[in-house]
Structure formats: C-alpha cells, structure tokens
Design a protein around this ligand. Structure first.
Ligand code: ATP
Length: 310
C-alpha cells in the first residue's frame, strides 16, 4: 500500500470531570491559631464541571495547558493547583513526574465555586490513574487537604458536612435534586480577601457565626422542597462579599424580583446562586436574569452530583 499513513495511535490518557461546589450553609467562626477560620458548612456538588486530562509526556516535568472559562488569566506553572497536585502524586509514588495536564475550565475562576480545588482533585485522580499509583482513601484525603480546604470535598462530591477548616467531611444522604441559576459577575473575590473583610466587619459588630447546620442537613436528608430549602440557606460570608462588591446587592435583588426563591452568594463570592422551584422554573428564571443584564454569564445547574472519586 502506498500513499497511506497509519492511523495515529490514540494518545493514552485519563480524563476526569470534577464538579464545582456550593455551600448551601456556610458558617464561619473565628480565626484559629493556625490562621484558618473554623467552619461549619454543608457542601454540595453541582452540575458545572471542569475536565482534567492527564497524558504521558516524553520528557520529565509537568506541562499544563488550559482552555475555557478564564483560561488566559491562570498560571500554568507551580502556581496552578493542578500542578501542585500532580507533583504530590509523583512525590508520593517516588517517581519523576512526566505529564501533560489539560484543564478544560467551565467553573468560573475566583467565583466561590472551588474551581482551582476541583482541578487539584482532578489532577490527583488523573495522575494516580495514569501512573498506576494506588493511593488509599485516607492518604488521598491527606494529600487533598494539604492542597486546600475544599479539595477533599471536590474528590467526593454529593453533599457533605464540612468542619475543621472545611476538610473534615461527613457525608449527607440528600434525597432529591435542587435547581439553581448560577450568575457570575465581572469581578472576582479572592478567598483571603473575603475572610479579611469578614474579620473587619466583625470588629465593627457586624456578622455572626451560624454554627448550627442541623436544620439544613435535615432538609436535605428529608428531601425538602425548594421553598423550604430557600428559608434555610445561610452564608456568613455574604455580608463581606457584598461589602467588597456592592454591585452584588442589585444582582441579588434583581433575581429575587424575577421570581427566584432565594439569592445566595456562593462561598466567598462573587458568584450568586438563585434557587428555582424546578428545572422549568430555572430555565425561565435564567432567561429573565440574562435579559436584565448585570451578570457576566448565567448557567443552569442542579445538585447534588457525584464527585470524581465516587
Ligand atoms: P474557593 O471557593 O475554593 O476559595 P474560588 O472558586 O473562589 O475558590 P478558584 O477558582 O479556585 O476560586 O481560584 C482562586 C485562585 O486560585 C485564582 O485566582 C487563581 O490564581 C488560583 N488558581 C490556581 N490554580 C487554579 C486553577 N486550576 N483554576 C482556577 N484557579 C486557580
């Protein structure tokens, strides 16, 4: 046979989808001696995910490429959490890392949805699979917690209580599915910036520690309808996020005027989550919020969804 080339061998690789997290309850306590704030939170994974792909690389090193949401503004070196995660797996296995990591981002950057943590969780799993490294659950959790407080939850997905600095997890058996409209904004808030503002507001007597997660846990376990859930959403960082980015108040107010059951800042913000009655309501609500302007992008999401290591 002439003039024909052999079909390219499929590139061996591992792809992992990792969902964003929201915190339907985010209770923030005082800073601990180690500088972290004590948290009493309920996490939920939602159907908005990044995809982390790991492929073998001919030369040593960790090469990162990024596409999608915010790709141009993220580091591709050691500053990227996925890079740190790959390095940790190699260190654990006692091997020299040689990997190409591609991050396809759909989770907004610095939006309070744990996009970086999701990529770190994805890189831990993808590299371990690519290099055939057996990591037990406890060890994987330890590596994840070393990378960031939200990384252990990003490995697990579903719904879970987070205590300590958020890394101590207790799974919650949520019965049902809840629908959200996720509105991102043109600004970003770094998590440390938001904690600083929480502390500053507390010095002025503004803010509280909502430590009691029992009501919302019971609602998830009992399959509460969206109306009931709307009354139980808590975020102790919300006042700080709105204080830092006052335009969030009008975005939240606008969504409520358009019929959202609740407006809830996601984590440290500035993403705003609007709770809808069901998927049909979510579609209509998303359209109305988009038409109103004020949001950079508007997505539909539901939760809980499973995590990559489920
Ligand atoms: P969290 O809610 O966990 O605090 P967030 O959703 O507010 O996080 P991220 O999207 O995780 O914020 O990004 C926070 C910062 O982390 C970014 O500004 C970026 O510089 C850095 N970062 C490092 N690696 C990544 C990554 N793979 N994806 C996104 N951000 C990353």
């Amino acid at each position: 046979m002439t003039g024909q080339t052999a079909p390219a061998a499929p590139q061996a690789g591992v792809s992992v989808d990792v969902p964003a997290k929201i915190n339907p309850h985010l209770g923030v306590g005082d800073p601990r001696a180690d500088g972290y704030h004590a948290l009493s939170t309920v996490y939920q994974a939602i159907s908005l995910h990044d995809t982390v792909t790991a492929q073998p690389r001919d030369e040593p090193g960790i090469a990162i490429t990024i596409s999608g949401e915010g790709a141009g503004e993220l580091p591709t070196d050691e500053g990227n959490l996925a890079h740190k995660a790959a390095k940790l797996v190699a260190l654990y296995a006692g091997i020299e890392p040689a990997v190409k990591l591609h991050l396809n981002k759909r989770i907004p950057v610095a939006g309070g949805l744990a996009g970086g943590s999701a990529d770190a969780a994805g890189a831990l799993i993808a590299c371990a699979r690519l290099w055939d490294v057996e990591i037990g659950d406890a060890e994987l959790h330890r590596l994840a917690a070393g990378l960031g407080s939200d990384v252990p939850f990003c490995l697990k997905g579903g719904t879970a209580i987070g205590t300590g600095r958020g890394e101590e997890l207790t799974p919650v058996r949520a019965k049902g599915s809840w629908h959200w409209v996720v509105a991102t904004t043109d600004t970003q808030i770094s998590t440390p910036e938001c904690y600083k503002e929480v502390d500053r507001l507390r010095e002025d007597g503004i803010g509280r520690y909502s430590a009691d997660i029992a009501p919302i846990v019971a609602a998830f376990e009992g399959g509460a309808d969206a109306d009931s859930l709307a009354r139980l959403l808590v975020n102790d960082m919300e006042a700080a996020a709105v204080s830092l980015r006052p335009q969030l108040a009008s975005l939240m107010h606008g969504g409520l005027e358009e019929g959202a059951l609740a407006a809830h800042v996601s984590g440290s913000g500035p993403t705003v989550l609007f709770l809808a009655t069901d998927v049909k309501h979510a579609v209509a609500l998303a359209r109305r919020i988009r038409m109103r302007g004020g949001a950079r992008s508007v997505h539909l999401a539901h939760g809980p969804v499973s995590g990559p290591a489920a």
